[in-house]
Design a protein around this ligand. Structure first.
Ligand code: ADP
Ligand code: MG
Length: 690
């Protein structure tokens, strides 16, 4: 095998074959993996399945775990009952014994290490026999049962392949993710060479930045693969994570710095011409938090640098209103606004609300989605009026153009990627940017997704909100639940009933909205039941939303489509079926659809889940309405991808950084990146000064 591999190496290498690998100075981290002994083109294909093409790729693969082969003692030293130890020996005998009625069995394995023999027994586990063979070299770990003869029951065993590098004994040995055809000993020996030959050649990104007491990169690489103590791999991971985070944060800060260097902000001092009548026309006062945030925004709109701001606030905290005031400030100064939402429904709803708010002020509002375009293709008037255009990602399309864009607002940014954000910004000449998130996001994610933005936080809900009461019920309680919903309907309230799916799934585990329609129409008769899901055309969706809004429909059956920002203050009950299928952040978002008026509101989660983790997750949800707490719990339980929605979470992929636990590293990386990029910018500026 090894011979065969060598023959297909490039000729240059064959001539070097006599020279030990470590003297081959032509091998670099960027060399293909075939430059290492024992990897020919065939194995290279297997390595590629692990994502490894170059030596660097291999160096950056983290072992899944380690086998501790350090404390091997001789079998003769096993002379205390209850002693726990590791020994190494060769299989000299093996066999299975059965009890007379063959209901019980004992598999006995005898190993010898030259000092003594050890009897290993497995009771009633006949299948174990297949793992072993005479002559095998074994590591055996377990607790001594008897000392005469020496015996251990059900020990942990590792079979040493005859090909295993002898350096892999007496140490912590890495166990790598595997792919078919590659054995641990092969990867180990190749990894060992890679670390020896190239570990020290790796260069960290931005090597001049301090790494907070973490080991150097070559050292981290060695600790990652061949640690001397069990803590080293985690410290190495942190070091490599920090490098990843520094790279990412520097990109963000550079983007931000470029903006500041190139872009002169569109000045939007505002005249209060629109904002003042708008606010005095509202049936309520702004909350203190809203007022503070608007003050921050007004200031930012007057900065010499275009605003780049994230607006965070819990569900129902009134972000839309803040967005509206921001748009008005910009429009007062003669510029237009683009508002992008992730779905047509939400775009439509924003369109309705903003039309109601803006048209009395004489400001045109338009809709631009895949389904609907209210903005004509005719040439705009020579002196364009400040306009608000609301849309979906259709706004990003090349065909759509608008003059004098002064502000871009993105609702639910995490559903869009950074690329889309940048594209939309290109519709204007460095317009101001306001990004809103629908649900609070944990800090680690915030700093990773939005590290280049300033943050404004609405940390207060409008007054008079009744707490939402949340309950957890099993499906056999549904008759009582429907009875409760009917009582609410009788008091002129409305209800949402949410299902995870549109259609029945194959195994029938999740209830489907279309299947439930008929039976619920019967249950709620004479109240009217409407249905909303992603399969409907946009006009159908709009029709049902309008019916719900004007109370022609009393109960809305829906998929999680309604999750995003739908606002119907009269709805006071929400029933969520198969609640176990939703993430906490998503449940929070759903629940945020009720409790928007002044009525007491109720959220009822239906689940037949029995697992303790699922139930405790849902129970936690019934006990808190704090979106930040819920998001943090969801991050810990389900991880960042799930929390943000997998498709376009916009999260960079990390090999080492862990958004569930690396908050301190993320903060450090950001601080370092800011220092580096700002310091750099300052030195350029001072050089350019006369
Ligand atoms: P979100 O932050 O989830 O986007 P919205 O902007 O949709 O919240 O606001 C939720 C509801 O609260 C809306 O009906 C809105 O009109 C209302 N609202 C917003 N600000 C206030 C306020 N200061 N006082 C009372 N109600 C408010
Ligand atoms: Mg909203």
């Amino acid at each position: 095998m090894e011979k065969l591999d060598r023959s297909i190496l490039p000729p240059r290498r064959t001539s070097l074959n006599v020279i030990p690998a470590r003297m081959d100075t032509t091998v670099t981290p960027d060399s293909p993996i075939t430059a290492l002994n024992g990897v020919g083109t065939q194995r290279a294909v297997l390595f590629e399945k692990l994502g490894v093409q170059t030596i660097r790729d291999l160096l950056l693969i983290a072992p899944r775990r380690f086998e501790d082969r350090r404390q091997v003692i001789s079998i003769a030293e096993l002379n205390e009952k209850g002693q726990t130890a590791m020994v190494r020996g060769r299989v000299v005998e093996m066999g299975t014994r059965y009890s007379s009625n063959r209901t019980r069995s004992q598999f006995l394995l005898v190993v010898d290490d030259g000092t003594a023999r050890l009897h290993c027994s497995w009771w009633n586990a006949p299948f174990i026999e297949k793992r072993f063979a005479r002559g095998q070299d074994l590591f055996i770990y377990g607790k001594v049962r008897t000392t005469k003869p020496r015996s251990i029951d059900h020990p942990d065993t590792t079979i040493l392949e005859p090909e295993e590098d002898p350096r892999m004994s007496q140490r912590l040995v890495p166990v790598y993710p595997l792919t078919e055809g590659l054995k641990q000993y092969m990867i180990r020996s190749v990894a060992w060479q890679a670390v020896e030959l190239c570990g020290y050649l790796l260069i960290a990104p931005h090597p001049e930045l301090p790494r907070a007491g973490l080991p150097s990169l070559p050292e981290a690489i060695r600790w990652l693969h061949f640690p001397d103590d069990p803590n080293q791999p985690e410290i190495a991971r942190q070091r490599l994570a920090l490098d990843e985070l520094i790279e990412m944060q520097i990109k963000m800060q550079v983007r931000r710095c470029n903006l500041e260097a190139q872009a002169r902000a569109i000045p939007c001092p505002g005249t209060h011409e629109f904002v003042r009548p708008f606010l005095s026309g509202l049936p309520f006062e702004l909350t203190e938090a809203q007022t503070n945030v608007l003050r921050e925004i007004r200031q930012a709109l007057n900065d010499p640098v275009p605003m780049r701001r994230l607006l965070q606030g819990d569900v129902g905290s009134g972000k839309t209103l803040v967005a509206a005031c921001t748009a008005l400030m910009v429009m007062e100064s003669g510029f237009s606004t683009l508002l992008m939402a992730p779905t047509e429904i939400l775009a439509n709803q924003h369109y309705e609300i903003f039309k109601r708010w803006f048209e009395p002020l004489g400001l045109p509002v338009h809709l631009q989605t895949g389904g609907q375009k209210t903005l004509g293709a005719e040439r705009p008037p020579s002196k364009p009026k400040p306009t608000l255009v609301i849309g979906t990602h259709a706004l990003v399309s090349d065909k759509f153009k608008l003059e004098k864009v002064g502000l871009v607002i993105i609702d639910e940014q995490h559903k869009f990627g950074v690329a889309q954000r940048e594209e939309l910004l290109r519709k204007g000449f460095y317009p101001h940017l306001l990004v809103m998130t629908a649900t609070p996001i944990p800090r680690t994610l915030g700093l990773t997704l939005y590290g280049d933005l300033d943050i404004s936080l609405i940390d207060q809900l409008p007054p008079g909100r009744r707490q939402i009461k949340t309950f957890l019920r099993s499906p056999d309680k549904l008759p009582q639940v429907w009875e409760f919903v009917r009582k609410e309907l009788a008091q002129d309230r409305q209800a949402y009933i949410v299902y995870p799916r549109v259609d029945e799934d194959q195994d029938g585990t999740a209830k489907a909205v279309v299947l439930e329609l008929e039976s619920l129409q019967r249950v709620f008769h004479p109240y009217r039941v409407g249905i909303l899901h992603g399969r409907l055309s946009s006009s159908e969706k709009e029709a049902v939303m309008r019916d719900f809004q004007v109370k022609r429909v009393h109960v809305l059956l829906a998929t999680p489509l309604i999750e995003v920002g739908i606002d119907m203050p009269n709805a006071s009950v929400m029933v969520i079926e198969n609640a176990e299928m939703f993430g906490l952040a998503q449940l929070h978002q759903l629940r945020g659809r009720i409790g928007r008026g002044t009525n007491a509101s109720y959220c009822i989660l239906i689940t037949d889940a029995r697992q303790a983790v699922t139930l405790s997750r849902l129970e936690l949800f019934t006990k808190t309405t704090d979106g930040f707490k819920i998001a943090e719990a969801d991050l810990q339980i389900r991880g960042p991808g799930e929390l943000l929605g997998q498709q376009q979470s916009g999260l960079p992929e990390f090999k080492f950084a862990d958004l569930q636990k690396d908050l301190e590293l993320i903060k450090l990386a950001r601080t370092l990146a800011i220092a580096k990029v700002r310091g750099h910018a300052q030195s350029i500026q001072s050089k350019n000064q006369p």
